[in-house]
Write a protein that binds this ligand. Structure first.
Ligand SMILES: [Zn+2]
Length: 308
């Protein structure tokens, strides 16, 4: 069976095949689907520091793009912190986008805290070509849900005089007062509006029998970690309402990570900016009928995860 699915994935069979038992197991994919993923390029023209080779990320990104061009996945997504930010943030973001946009297949962005270091929200989104900070799309049998973990954040590109910024700062102060390990300026969280949208988007996928992969910049697990979203627990509670949710992919924690929690795989992709010695960091993820196969390149860990 594995070999058959492999053959379908490689495109050597020109027929549409549906998985046996698909009707028995709702929200299980009927055909294999590959996508490409990378995180935390943090490109900047400046000297290395703390093991981060900022300037080398542009070449690493080009190698990543070349690799995806050789054997094109259905789409590619970068998980935020495309740049490190600073005085040349706009120029550097345009340079990174110019490399990324040479991908011929659909390629998506999401927002990370560093993407606003030196740029306001509107400008960052305009350069990335993002019309919405959070959105969903379908590919093959799957639904993909893209979150904005800087929706409430002091590193979210919000004007410091805005109600949104004030609300974000208050949330951070509450977490600090409570001694929460993730009470950090470099994290952020979800507005009630985004969480309500997430709930509706997942309910719709569940009703359609579509399995779901969710993407965001900040990790949501483990819940005692310093790098997770401020209100990760609220987001996780919504993800766990739906059997259709299979995995959450994120960046931000540069060393990567993995947690399985109530049937959902939480995968943190290792940072490209830390991976100079490994030649970069990206992965080809093959969504199979019964498992998710992560084929890591460079510093990214390869994993095979059973779909519930
Ligand atoms: Zn980050």
């Amino acid at each position: 069976m594995k070999a058959l699915w492999g053959a379908i994935y490689m495109g050597t069979l020109g027929v549409l095949v549906t998985a046996a038992g698909c009707g028995v197991n709702p929200n299980r994919p009927a055909a294999a689907l590959p996508f490409g993923v990378m995180a935390d390029a943090q490109y900047a023209q400046k000297p290395p520091a703390m093991g981060r080779h900022y300037a080398e990320s542009l070449a690493a990104l080009q190698r990543c793009v070349n690799d995806f061009n050789q054997s094109p996945p259905a789409f590619v997504i970068q998980l935020g912190d495309f740049i490190d930010g600073g005085p040349n943030a706009e120029k550097e973001l345009r340079q990174a986008v110019a490399v990324y946009k040479t991908l011929p297949m659909p390629h998506y962005h999401l927002l990370g805290n560093h993407d606003f270091a030196g740029l306001d929200r509107d400008r960052t989104m305009r350069i990335l070509g993002l019309e919405q900070a959070w959105y969903g799309f379908d590919a093959g049998d799957w639904r993909f849900v893209v979150l904005d973990t800087q929706d409430l954040a002091v590193e979210g590109g919000w004007d410091e005089n805005s109600e949104r910024y004030r609300q974000s700062a208050q949330m951070l102060e509450r977490l600090k007062a409570a001694g929460a390990p993730n009470a950090k300026e470099y994290n952020g969280g979800f507005s009630d509006l985004q969480l309500a949208w997430l709930d509706v988007e997942l309910a719709d996928a569940e009703a359609q029998g579509r399995p779901v992969i969710v993407f965001g910049h900040l990790p949501l697990m483990p819940l005692d970690d310093a790098h997770i979203a401020w209100n990760a627990e609220q987001a996780v509670a919504i993800l766990e309402k739906y059997d259709c949710v299979k995995a959450y992919f994120c960046g931000h924690r540069h060393g990567g990570g993995y947690t399985l929690h109530n049937g959902i795989h939480y995968v943190t992709i290792e940072a490209m900016v830390d991976a100079a010695d490994a030649g970069g960091a990206w992965a080809r993820v093959k969504l199979m009928p019964d498992e998710i196969i992560i084929e890591g390149a460079g510093a990214v860990t390869s994993r095979t995860l059973a779909i519930r």
